[in-house]
Design a protein around this ligand. Structure first.
Ligand SMILES: O=CC(=O)O
Length: 335
């Protein structure tokens, strides 16, 4: 009897053994397509007709494009599960997937990415607060600290850390920054128990903007959070605020950020994510006070291994048991 098919969308970087073991229960197929148009044509050609589950990575969006209604309607009905290797699943329209008949059930990585993403935020907070970028750049250009030396930075001790989006990563970051003496406040749609918020103070959105010395964005990207930080929000912040984003680029209006940096209202920023990755706004590159990292939040061996193994676990569960281990919240009640 032939095995069910699993479609591989993107590379397996580390968990080769676990992926290989999947062939005990499934046949793995890979797309020939290199862009969305070709991928949709390949779906319609019948080549994926026996696929029941797919493994997908963030960069595989270059092959498939967003999993939106058009794509979800083009894939074969046999294809019932989509295991996403990542915490944020903004490249997948969970509502369009749920609305398909039968639904395309989606899973993500629930907590595995919390530590490494929060660690990246710690690095960006310290780098941006201490204004480390100009001297790092000067050193590589053979100019030691540069002449004149860069403006003095600030200590984190005693400063207020505002966390927009107190989920697993926000909470992890809060606990880590306690050690640096920062006082955390947060805003979510709903106030959490003190335990879930790790003791951070709940404030309104406007109060968060007004009180933060460092504002960290830790919320998912969706139509409601797109450009949640823009010109009007920057105007409500303290002069000299530091902005850190390890969530998704489009939660912040990058043009507005560049203007706020140029005017000096925002002192500096630390960014791991950008509005149009891999494109980076020229105004961020030319500004020496920005600390910029090309979406490396989870790019470390231990975390990548765990993320891949977890995602493969979701694929295996789909193939062998017809369900997912960690469906996205919108799909929990669908399986
Ligand atoms: O960006 C990384 C993730 O969503 O896991």
């Amino acid at each position: 009897m032939s095995k069910p098919k699993v479609l591989q969308l993107g590379e397996i970087v580390l968990a080769h053994d676990k992926w290989e073991q999947l062939t005990d229960v499934a046949e793995i197929v890979t797309p020939k397509a290199t862009n969305r148009e070709e991928f949709i044509a390949e779906c319609k050609s019948g080549r994926f007709d026996d696929v029941i589950a797919a493994y997908r990575t963030f960069p595989s969006v270059s092959i498939t494009g967003i999993f939106d209604e058009e794509l979800v309607q083009a894939i074969p009905k046999s294809w019932r599960f989509l295991a996403h290797n990542g915490a944020g699943y903004d490249q997948v329209d969970a509502h369009a997937c749920a609305a398909r008949d039968p639904p395309l059930l989606v899973s993500n990585i629930p907590t595995i990415a919390d530590d490494s993403t929060a660690d990246t935020a710690v690095f960006l907070i310290l780098g941006a607060l201490r204004n480390l970028n100009p001297s790092m750049q000067a050193l590589r250009e053979g100019k030691w600290k540069g002449s004149p030396p860069p403006a003095l930075g600030h200590d984190p001790q005693g400063k207020t850390l505002g966390i927009l989006g107190m989920g697993g990563i926000g909470r992890n970051l809060k606990v880590k920054m306690d050690v640096f003496g920062m006082k955390a406040i947060y805003h979510n749609r709903r106030k959490m128990s003190s335990e879930d918020a790790a003791g951070a103070e709940y404030v309104s959105f406007d109060e968060l903007l007004a009180r933060s010395d460092v504002l960290s964005l830790n919320l998912p990207l969706n139509p409601k959070t797109r450009h949640i930080i823009s010109t009007a929000e920057f105007a409500k912040m303290k002069k000299g605020v530091v902005i850190v984003n390890t969530a998704r680029g489009p939660v912040m209006d990058e043009d507005a950020l560049v203007k706020a940096l140029d005017s000096g209202h925002v002192a500096s920023c630390g960014l791991d994510v950008f509005e149009e990755e891999p494109k980076v706004h020229e105004g961020l590159i030319r500004n020496p006070r920005t600390v910029l990292v090309p979406h490396m939040g989870t790019w470390c061996i231990e975390t990548q291994m765990m993320m891949e193994e977890w995602t493969i676990g979701n694929v295996r569960e789909a193939v062998t048991k017809g369900k997912l281990v960690s469906p996205v919240p919108e799909h929990v009640d669908l399986q």
